[in-house]
Each structure stands twice: as C-alpha cells, then as structure tokens.
Design a protein around this ligand. Sequence first.
Ligand code: FES
Length: 155
Amino acid sequence: MPDNLDDFLKDLQDKINKDTVKDYGQKAFDIWTNPSNMRSMENPDGYGRITGPCGDTMEIFLKFEKDTVKKASFQTDGCGPSMICGSLAAELAFGKTTDELKEITNKTILETIGGLPKGDQHCALLAANTLQEAVKNYIKVQNLEGTKNGERKMY
Ligand code: FES
C-alpha cells in the first residue's frame, strides 16, 4: 500500500484503466478517454436525438456536401460505452452518402469496436438509431427544399 494519497490515487487509477482495457479493449479505452467527435454543431443538415430505454440521451449532428457527410459529431449524457459508440457512429458516418449511411447499424458499430460486454451492447443500438434519425432528418429536409424549389428529390 503506497504511503501517500497521491500515490494511492495513481495506483487506483492505473488499476481502473487496466481493468477497463481488459474488459473493453484498447481501442474502446482510447476513444473513451479522448472522444474526438464529441461536440455540438451549429446548423447541422441532419440532426437526430433519441433517449433510450435506459434514460440516456444521444444527439448526432451531420453536415453534408454534395450528399456526402463532411462533418459528423455527437453528444450524450450517457455512460462510457455510449460515448464510445456515439464517437464511432460519427466516425463511421464521415465520407458516406445517404445510401451508405443507411447500412450503419448497431452491429457495424460493435464490429468496429471489436465487441462490447453484453450489458453494454444496447449503447451501440442507441448510437445507430440516433444516426439513422439524423439521416432521416436530412432526407426529409432535402425533400422539403426540393418541393419548395419546384423539384422533388426522391431518396
Ligand atoms: Fe444508456 Fe449506455 S447505459 S446508453
């Protein structure tokens, strides 16, 4: 047992980090400690917000250029795994067209991270569903704008 509080806390943090890497993997741990896509976005082209059955809320923001995602980010008030999954959903969305975005599911997110413990897998579903909400929102707005301009885009 370390003889001062700083050493004790450092040892405790090291143990927590090691256990987290063991349970979730290095990639998940790296995202968790530095979720690079976690931020809000002004005037997104596509926006999704869902509160899951667990009570956690996720938001996903998409910015498109020529129907391809040029910026993607997320926010959540949820658990660590929801941060990991939200960050991955935003990362996976980058550079995708609407058709390609529709292919991103909870399974895609789980495969990308190399799996999550069973009790955390619903966090990937929340991220995937929120991403799909943002895609639907983008398509709806595009269709409305097409209608306003006398043309109708069909997705
Ligand atoms: Fe709610 Fe993870 S426990 S999203």
